[in-house]
Design a protein around this ligand. Structure first.
Ligand code: GRG
Length: 289
């Protein structure tokens, strides 16, 4: 059995090479937008979502690496787009991301907005190149007003206001969980999974996504900026709707662990070969960045 850290490193290299190939070259006119896209995408990102897509695809017997890599990279481009926009002054107004100044600080605000737009367009170009309209539909739904955008809206609208566990669960499952769930689903769909397999992968993704954001909340409180590569303590300052703010650190840790155990249980029907997805779930709870 492969160690999960080695697995992540190996797959990150494959994803990084594919991203490098899909992104426009920095010396192509208009250079500033292509440089900005590369500035944000390339580098220290963990590539958790595309790796999840590839791992699910491989677990369910998917073969060939053309469509799956294009789909997986599309999700990383969308994820990076969301980070760029999340960091903008009109949203979280953050100065540090992936171990360097945020895009609007390194370039400017208009380029940061446009780089997000261009990454979204490139992501859908890659998805369309698979010839699979079902995949395009899945991703569009996951990131729209009933998905990632919706989660971000509630995140912003609850800032500084009283909130309930229902609010924070909605924010987490939409802002973060929707993309993680669709990452696992796409791997399964492209592998030709049956309905039962797809159902268990979807449940796995939902629990994993919730745990991922709870751990993100915990790291925002307790993590080190140098290790995380992004600002810390910001949620508390902005009075964000987070798990630790509502339940405290200890209970949040237990909740994250509970969601991870639940996620792994969903994979039991897939047999012992699901060990790598289970190891990815354990990585989510153990991560320090
Ligand atoms: C992209 C359609 C679209 C809309 C944008 C701004 C916005 C709407 C949504 C924000 C979503 C967001 C930033 C959620 C937080 C997700 C999260 C936990 C990010 C950190 O992910 P990691 O730890 O980061 O995987 P790296 O840098 O490793 O990739």
């Amino acid at each position: 059995m492969m160690d999960v850290k080695q697995y992540l490193l190996k797959k990150k290299k494959v994803i990084d090479e594919a991203l490098d190939c899909f992104l426009p070259q920095p010396d192509v006119y208009p250079c500033s937008i292509h440089q900005a896209m590369r500035y944000s995408v390339m580098g220290t990102g963990k590539r958790f979502r595309p790796i999840l897509t590839v791992a699910t695809f491989e677990l369910l017997g998917g073969e060939g690496d053309g469509d799956i890599l294009r789909a997986a990279c599309a999700l990383e481009l969308i994820h990076t787009y969301s980070l760029i926009h999340d960091d903008l002054p009109c949203m979280d107004d953050d100065a540090w991301r992936r171990g360097k100044p945020t895009l609007h600080k390194a370039f400017d605000e208009s380029i940061a907005v446009l780089a997000g737009d261009a990454l979204s367009a490139l992501a859908f170009e890659l998805l369309a190149s698979t010839g699979r309209s079902d995949i395009i539909h899945e991703v569009a739904k996951a990131i729209g007003a009933q998905g990632m955008v919706g989660g971000q809206v509630v995140d912003i609208e609850t800032e500084g206001k009283p909130f309930s566990s229902k609010d924070v669960e909605y924010i987490h499952s939409q802002k973060t969980g929707a993309l993680i769930t669709v990452a696992a689903r796409i791997g399964a769909i492209l592998a030709g999974a049956g309905i039962q397999e797809l159902t268990s992968v979807t449940r796995f993704g939902k629990d994993l996504g919730l745990a991922f954001q709870i751990v993100d909340d915990i790291l925002n409180l307790e993590g080190e900026t140098d290790t995380l590569g992004k600002s810390t303590g910001t949620d508390e300052k902005k009075k964000k709707a987070t798990y630790p703010a509502l339940f405290g650190l200890e209970h949040s840790r237990l909740e994250a662990q509970r969601f991870i155990e639940k996620a792994k249980k969903e994979l039991d029907m897939l047999g012992t070969s699901a060990y790598i997805l289970k190891a990815l779930a354990d990585f989510v709870i153990q991560r320090t960045r």
